[in-house]
Unconditional design. Sequence first.
Length: 270
Amino acid sequence: MDVKGTVALITGGASGLGAATARRLFDAGASVVLIDLPSSAGAAFAADLNAGHLNAGATEAGPRAVFAPADVTNEAEVQAAVDTAAGLGPLRIVVNCAGIATPGKVLGRDGILPLDTFNRVIQVNLIGTFNVLRLAAAAMVATEPVLTEQGGPERGVIVNTASVAAFDGQIGQPAYAASKGAVAAMTLPLARELARSLVRVVTIAPGIFETPMMATLPREAQDSLGRQVPHPSRLGRPAEYASLVAHIVDNAMLNGETIRLDGAIRMGPK
């Protein structure tokens, strides 16, 4: 599907994987709506995208990057963001990057893992992802289908983000692994259901990537993690995630699949 002239809704769009994806799709000609928390740098990032576009000699009226502050678990806030996206043009791309990775052992140094801690990770990573895709899918299926370069009709693509932890969860990751495993598990049933509406659903399971969460670790720790990746022996880069999103959008045969993007790493127990 041609990205130019479409609208993309991206959660976690103010930083990391989401920001890289937003920039990639924006540069390819899409309008982007960035969902992130009000405290994020979403407004500044949207302004930066628009400023760069205008400096390049753009003549379109109105901004092509819009920040929509929202908690992905909040139905009203997400619906407002979806409405904003649909108001810019045909909503055809949704990318769910918002997530948290709060660690915690079932029986840790401070006692039993609080149920609220486990629940919060599930709420953001799984319920938040589902909340966004269900509301966005309703707007997506209301658009007119377009012909892809492969010759078939299509309305849109939803890309969710799991993690290699869905398959290789480590000690201290029961909540995170459970949430990401569920995102991977719902990929096929969603793709099967939305196929009749000409909407594809694909999930990416990244390995160890350079993200704001990773940036909190000392440089030595980051380098050590990167050396665990067989090839290339380094941390993944957000632009590489964004590149895969762009290919998924372009390739009409990618559907109902969870794709590991991990340099062949298989995580150890800890």
